[in-house]
Every structure is written in structure tokens, then in C-alpha cells.
Design a protein around this ligand. Structure first.
Ligand code: PEP
Length: 254
């Protein structure tokens, strides 16, 4: 089955609103023929979302805007949080959920991830669900079991139609921001295991249609090996998403 690739940039806590305008203009200036065959998504910090959406919408470059996190409740006494209606109002159609930095530093649990996915799917927004193992799990041989359990927890309660709003990003924690990457063989093994898990949950057809991304120090120089894997449908990019020329090169590679 041919799946449309995705290149998504996770800007993390980088770029002031003014800098975000320059970076999004730099990316959109590089928009070229061929980009319409890839889903291109940029995920800036929440405070930049409105300005990034305005730049990209004005340029009509078909680049989507995503958030890095969301609360599952639509409104209420949740100081510091951001809701789905707020994201939709500023033009967001995607949201990253369960990034390992949120799980590790902010105590986000599998249950929280599932509530966020449920709320995004109900709102017909696309969720990029991050899963990935630590180095000790990889070394202990438990990586596949751990990651597939994370997928089961994140997608609990979803049916095949709802899973169509979900993309899973396999991001081994030991490869994020470290300059160390998984090998394409490791990425392929895990992507295939994730797809098989989704098939168990909601059936083969939905699993075959779902996009699985690799993330972890992916850059123009190493992207080809990952993008050639039959079960890897693109990348979630951190550091290399902060330079317009690198991000554009990754879109071209996909
Ligand atoms: C990420 O944090 O999602 C990521 C993949 O980061 P990096 O590309 O910098 O490893």
C-alpha cells in the first residue's frame, strides 16, 4: 500500500514569535514542486501558533500547523494548559502527543496520552503519538514489547475509523537530540511491530493505512536510510527542523 509521507517539525521550546515568523517564511519560501506529495507539518511553541499559521496561510504553501501538546478538556480551571478549541481557533490541525520529554519531565502517563488522543480524534484533529524506549530497555531486549504496550495504551478504545486520525512516531529516547540514531533496520523492525499491534487492535486495513514515522536525530545526511524502510512513512524532526534549509531538504528526501 502506498502511504503519503509526513515530515513534521517539532520546534520544542525554541523560537520567539518574531523568530518563528522568519523560520516559517524560510520554510515556505522553499516550497517547491513535489511538496504536495508529502504532508508537511510544523509544530512551533503554542505562543507562536497564530503567527506561524498566518504566514503559512498567506503563502498558500499547504504546510500544516501543529501543536506540541494539548489538554483533553475543552475549557476550565487548568492553569497553564491549552485546549483543542483554542488550537483549532488559531488554525492548528495536528498535535504531537506523548513526546518522551513530556512523559519524562512532566509526568505524562499512558492514561493522559490516551485521553489526549481521544479528545483530538473526537475533534477530528490529527494526533502524532510518540512512543519509544530508553537505552536500558533496548539493551535489555525489551524495546519492542515496551513500545507496543505504549501503542496499545495510547489507542485504547479507538475504532478503525478513529485510528485514521492517528500517526505513530517511533522515537527511541536514546536517539533524541543526542546525534545518535537508530539504524534503519531497528527503525524498520519497530515500525513493523507497531503496525502489527495496530492490526491486532483495529484490523489490518486500518493498520496498513496508518503512517508510522521515525524520530531521533534525523537529518538530511541520514534520512534516506529511514525513508527507504517499507514501514517508515516519514519523520518527526527536532533539531533539523529549526533550519529552513535542513527541514526543506528532509521534505525533498521524502
Ligand atoms: C524529537 O524531539 O521529536 C526529535 C526527533 O528530536 P531530534 O531530531 O533533535 O532528535
Amino acid at each position: 500500500m502506498t502511504r503519503r509521507p509526513i515530515i513534521a517539525g517539532n520546534w520544542k521550546m525554541n523560537m520567539t514569535p518574531a523568530e518563528s515568523v522568519i523560520l516559517s517564511q524560510g520554510i515556505s519560501n522553499r516550497y517547491a514542486r513535489g511538496w504536495d506529495k508529502v504532508d508537511v507539518v510544523v509544530c512551533p511553541p503554542a505562543i507562536d501558533l497564530r503567527s506561524v499559521f498566518t504566514v503559512l496561510d498567506f503563502d498558500k504553501s499547504n504546510i500544516d500547523v501543529g501543536a506540541q501538546n494539548v489538554h483533553w478538556e475543552p475549557s476550565g480551571a487548568f492553569t497553564g494548559e491549552i485546549s483543542i478549541p483554542m488550537l483549532k481557533d488559531v488554525g492548528c490541525s495536528w498535535c504531537i502527543v506523548g513526546h518522551s520529554e513530556r512523559r519524562e519531565m512532566f509526568g505524562e502517563t499512558d492514561g493522559d496520552v490516551n485521553r489526549k488522543v481521544r479528545a483530538l480524534v473526537d475533534a477530528k484533529m490529527c494526533a502524532i503519538v510518540c512512543v519509544g524506549e530508553s537505552l536500558s530497555m533496548r539493551d535489555g531486549g525489551d524495546a519492542v514489547q515496551f513500545v507496543c504496550d505504549q501503542v496499545r495504551a495510547a489507542l485504547a478504545g479507538l475504532d478503525a475509523q478513529e485510528v485514521a486520525f492517528v500517526t505513530v512516531a517511533y522515537e527511541p529516547i536514546w536517539a533524541i537530540g543526542t546525534g545518535r540514531t537508530a539504524t534503519p533496520e531497528q527503525a524498520q523492525e519497530m515500525a513493523a511491530a507497531i503496525r502489527a499491534t495496530v492490526a491486532e487492535l483495529v484490523g489490518q486495513e486500518a493498520a496498513d493505512a496508518m503512517r508510522v514515522l521515525y524520530g531521533g536525530s534525523m537529518k538530511p545526511e541520514n534520512a534516506d536510510g529511514f525513508l527507504a524502510c517499507p514501514d517508515v512513512d516519514g519523520g518527526l524532526i527536532g533539531g533539523a527542523a529549526l533550519k529552513a534549509e535542513d527541514f526543506a531538504a528532509l521534505v525533498e528526501a521524502a
